[in-house]
Design a protein around this ligand. Structure first.
Ligand code: GLN
Length: 252
């Protein structure tokens, strides 16, 4: 199958090698005989709901977020329709923040978001930096662990009843107090976890790919054939141990 990917603002939102997540999707799809067709969606690029099986957006500094926010907010309806239509989506950090209703900067400025995710973010005085370990709360993969790295001033507050991505085992997560990280709406996942995220969490890449394939074929999602993933599992264990050891505590 051909999996059509829309990569939002690749030249603005790509810190901590977030673009590496696309490389993981590409390699893991190819290992099962599928081909990824990645189309950049930048400022001024139209976004047709249904034209992508998988949408991806990375993280970025406040400055870059401010440059793309008006354009992204303009895609709000198309993104909500795309996800309601079964498209898969992964949003990281700055992209995750702007797929909520908006981001209040430390200077009080408000960046309106695309309102796909039921949350709002406000920048705090301190940055939340470090290794993170989560326990997934996804029905498809309950209690599986997710390991990554976070660096954000933003505190994201989920609406009551909103579904997170996982429970924080070690780290700050959405706001450093709720004990949860990320957000899920249908086949759309948002998270603060950089790294990039997917090389050390291959099961999450496969879950998103299975949703993208289901969108491409119109069938129900099917688990993908298992890959060896020795290196990936090793990387996960190392990242998880580091998070347990020092996640969620200000760097000494
Ligand atoms: N600029 C946002 C914040 O500081 C997002 C940072 C990021 O993408 N790592 O919270």
């Amino acid at each position: 199958m051909i999996i059509r990917v829309g990569h939002l603002y690749p030249e603005y939102l790509n810190i901590y090698a977030d673009r590496g997540n696309i490389a993981v999707f590409e390699r893991r799809a190819a290992a099962r005989g599928h081909e990824l067709r990645v189309a950049p969606v930048s400022i001024g690029t139209p976004l047709e709901p249904g034209s992508h099986d998988l949408v991806y957006v990375g993280g970025g500094q406040d400055r870059e977020q401010a440059m793309i926010a008006p354009d992204l907010a303009g895609h709000g309806e198309a993104l909500r329709d795309a996800v309601a239509g079964g498209a898969a989506l992964l949003a990281v950090c700055g992209g995750y923040q702007l797929l909520g209703r908006g981001y209040r900067g430390r200077d009080g400025s408000w960046l309106a978001g695309a309102a796909l995710f039921p949350h709002e973010t406000y920048a705090g005085e301190t940055r939340m930096i470090g290794d993170v370990l989560l326990e997934s709360t996804l029905a498809e993969e309950p209690a599986r662990t997710i390991a990554g790295f976070e660096n954000h001033a933003g505190r994201t507050v989920l609406d009551p009843g909103a579904e997170p991505l996982g429970r924080v085992v070690s780290g700050y997560g959405n706001d450093g107090t709720s004990g949860y990280e990320g957000c899920r709406v249908g086949r759309a996942l948002g998270t603060y976890l950089h790294g990039p995220l997917l090389p050390r969490n291959p099961w999450l890449a496969d879950l998103l790919l299975s949703w993208a394939l289901a969108h491409a074929t119109g069938d129900e999602p099917e688990p993908l054939e298992q890959l060896a993933d020795e290196l990936e599992h090793e990387a996960h264990l190392v990242a998880a141990a580091r998070a347990r050891e020092r996640g969620g505590r200000p760097a000494r």
